[in-house]
Design a protein around this ligand. Structure first.
Ligand code: IYR
Length: 221
C-alpha cells in the first residue's frame, strides 16, 4: 500500500433501524453468549472456521500490522498431543502452582486439570501473537500494541463463533510454551489463547453467573 492512499468510507446498511434499536439488539444477542466446556464432536466445516478466523483478522491492530497467526487444528493426533501436554501443565497448576485464593475463585466453575474438550471439539484454534514480523530478507519489522491488538482480535473471534451458533472457551493452559514447540511455530510467535470451537454437547451445562450492572461498569462524566 502506498502512503496516503484513501478511499471514501461506506457506512453500513442499518435496515431502517436506529442506532438505539440496533445497539439494544446486539446487546441482547451477545448477552446470550456463554463460555462452554462441554462440546459435541459434531463436525464443523473448514469454511465456517475460516469465516470466523477472517472475521477475527478484520480487527483493528497497532499500525494495521495484524500481529497474529491462527492455527486451526482438526487433526485428532495433534489434538491428542495438545491435550496431553495441556493436562500435564494444568495438573501442576491445580496441584500447587495456583494460589488458594485463585482456586477458591474458580470453585464456581467446577474446573480441574482434566481437559477432555481438547479432544472432543472438532476444532482447536491456537492464537499466536507476533512480537515482530520478518520481511522477505529476514529483517525484523516492529509490531505495536501487540497484546491489545491480539486481545481485540480474540474478542472479534468469540463474537463470530457466537454469531455462527457455535460455542468456544478462552482456555489458557499455563505456561503455554508447549504449543509453540508442538505446532513448530517460528521464534517470533508466542501462544496467546487456546480456543476450542464446536457445537455444544446435548447435556452441556454452564455455571450460574451474574454479569456486572450498568452502575458497576460505567461511570459517566
Ligand atoms: N487455566 C486453568 C485455570 C483457570 C483459570 C481461570 I482465570 C479461569 O477463568 C478458568 C480456569 C483451566 O483452564 O482450568
Amino acid at each position: 500500500m502506498k502512503a496516503k492512499d484513501f478511499i471514501e468510507y461506506t457506512p453500513i446498511e442499518t435496515q431502517n433501524l436506529t442506532a438505539q434499536e440496533r445497539s439494544k439488539q446486539y446487546r441482547a444477542f451477545l448477552d446470550q453468549r456463554r463460555s462452554l466446556r462441554f462440546f459435541s464432536d459434531r463436525a464443523v466445516e473448514k469454511e465456517t472456521i475460516e469465516n470466523i478466523i477472517m472475521t477475527a483478522s478484520s480487527a483493528p491492530s497497532g499500525a494495521h500490522k495484524q500481529p497474529w497467526t491462527f492455527c486451526a487444528i482438526s487433526s485428532a493426533d495433534i489434538k491428542a498431543k495438545i491435550r496431553e501436554a495441556a493436562e500435564k501443565e494444568e495438573y501442576a497448576s491445580y496441584n500447587g502452582r495456583m494460589s488458594d485464593e485463585w482456586l477458591e475463585d474458580l470453585k464456581k466453575f467446577d474446573t480441574d486439570w482434566n481437559k477432555p474438550f481438547i479432544d472432543i471439539a472438532p476444532w482447536i484454534i491456537v492464537l499466536f501473537k507476533k512480537a515482530y514480523d520478518l520481511d522477505e530478507n529476514g529483517n525484523k519489522m516492529k509490531n505495536y500494541y501487540v497484546n491489545e491488538s491480539v486481545g481485540i482480535a480474540a474478542g472479534f473471534f468469540i463474537s463470530a463463533v457466537h454469531h455462527a451458533g457455535l460455542v468456544t472457551l478462552t482456555h489458557t493452559p499455563s505456561p503455554m510454551n508447549f504449543l509453540q514447540k508442538l505446532l513448530e511455530r517460528p521464534e517470533n510467535e508466542r501462544p496467546f489463547l487456546l480456543l476450542p470451537v464446536g457445537y455444544p454437547a446435548d447435556d452441556a451445562v454452564v455455571p450460574v453467573l451474574k454479569r456486572k450492572s450498568v452502575d458497576e461498569v460505567i461511570t459517566y462524566y
